[in-house]
Design a protein around this ligand. Structure first.
Ligand code: PLP
Length: 409
């Protein structure tokens, strides 16, 4: 598969402006690039680095998912981009929210969200935060350990709880396994205990890994969830809810193996095949899918250099890096399409790095990016599909660089 940078360049209108055409065809492509609204904003040359997000793209993503899987309630994973304008738009659309902390709960409530539409989805919570969430009206909590269950029974009595299952994250570009989840057998014991402690053993959750391109991973996870439903039914406990987690991919300029409609049909088919009795309540927790392709990160080139005359790879240092928005370049896991405001045709290989005095702050060395040969300090580069997991990962001032600014259109 060619690196995303090539694909981004190819999808540029020949001889055209550095704005990308929306890649809408064939249908498995998710729109990626710069919308007219973003282009108009960027034409004013805002101070860099900055993220520019078109909320209409977020709304389109929300509506597409609702259309593809109307049987599931959408709990937006706030951690992926907690910007108030984005959360407010989703509240207006009727979304529910997966929150990871008390500040995220307060953010949603402050913007008018109904506490009945919030899930405290982090399996690792302080007792005082559980109590505060309960006091605010939150009644849906995740757990994967006995001690967490005891905290919930004490500080959120009578609440609905769901147990997170461990699943392999095979094929995910940003895995979320190992740290979370327990086996089916342990989940069964814990849910029985939940009921005994006066909580409602509501259901089960899993996460197949972020940017998960293999639909089959949901089958594997749903088989485990269905086994748990059966095990508990055998002891007289009827679970009601399956939380399908996040994992839905966004496009980083490349063709996705499936679109949101195929995702919806696939998981619904698997649920109906694997679960006995009436279809369980379904929850889906998209993060990356919702905001990813809605954002563009505008950066400025600070320096272009060479380390050795014999090495044709230039080092391109930009004003955004690992510590102010581009954390997911760790291991070059997420490869953002990068476009230049130059359109002079000739390009050459580059290593791309951030601005801090830390050599961890190298973004792409092995990914094979190319950029114009004429690139120099002061030129701008745009990183596409940066609407999720950028601002929320940025440090508040490493090396004195300000937190990543963001504009929501
Ligand atoms: N749900 C939970 C519990 C998560 O931890 C995450 C991401 O960390 C998400 C949903 C969102 O995942 P994604 O961005 O892959 O959709």
């Amino acid at each position: 598969e060619p690196p995303d940078a090539f694909i981004a360049a190819e999808s540029r209108p020949p001889g055209g402006a550095p704005t990308l055409a929306l890649v809408a065809e064939p249908p498995r492509w998710v729109a990626t690039g710069i919308t007219e609204k973003m282009a108009a904003f960027l034409a004013e040359e805002p101070e860099t680095p900055c993220l520019v997000v078109d909320l209409d793209v977020v709304e389109g993503n929300y509506r597409a998912l609702r259309g593809a899987l109307p049987q599931a309630e959408v709990y937006y994973a706030v951690k992926s981009n907690p910007a108030p304008p984005l959360v407010a738009r989703l509240i207006a659309l009727g979304s529910s929210f997966d929150t990871a902390s008390l500040p995220e709960i307060d953010l949603c409530l402050g913007l008018g969200a109904d506490p009945a539409k919030l899930s405290f989805g982090n399996t690792i919570k302080k007792s005082k935060d559980i109590a505060a969430a309960y006091e605010r009206g939150v009644r849906l909590f995740a757990f994967d350990a006995e001690e967490e269950l005891e905290k919930l029974a004490e500080h959120a009595p009578g609440s609905q709880v769901f147990c997170r299952l461990f699943v392999d994250n095979v094929g995910a570009e940003w895995p979320l396994s190992r740290k979370f989840g327990c086996s089916v057998a342990m989940a069964g014991d814990l849910l029985i205990k939940a009921q005994a402690l006066g909580l409602e053993a509501h259901g089960v959750s899993f996460h197949v890994g972020s940017q998960q391109k293999d639909l089959g991973q949901w089958d594997v996870a749903l088989e485990k969830a269905a086994e748990l439903f059966r095990d508990l039914a055998a002891v007289g406990i009827t679970l009601k809810m399956v939380n399908l987690g996040g994992g839905l991919p966004t496009s980083y300029g490349n063709r996705l193996p499936y679109g949101v409609d195929e995702y919806g049909a696939h998981v619904l088919g698997a649920v109906d095949r694997l679960f006995d009795g009436p279809r369980p309540r379904l929850i889906v927790e998209p993060g990356r899918y919702m905001g990813g392709n809605a954002g563009v990160l505008e950066t400025e080139v600070v320096l272009v250099s060479r380390k050795d005359a014999a090495d044709d790879r230039r080092w391109v240092y930009i004003d955004a890096g690992r510590f102010n928005g581009l954390a997911e370049t760790e291991g070059e896991a997420i490869r953002y399409p990068i476009i230049s405001d130059k359109d002079d045709g000739e390009t050459g290989p580059v290593i791309i790095a951030g601005p801090t005095c830390d050599s961890v702050d190298i973004l792409y060395d092995k990914a094979g990016y190319t950029l114009p040969l004429s690139l120099k300090a002061g030129d701008r580069l745009r990183l596409l599909s940066t609407g999720a997991y950028t601002t929320s990962y940025a440090s508040v001032g490493f090396n004195g660089f300000l937190p990543l600014k963001a504009h929501y259109l």
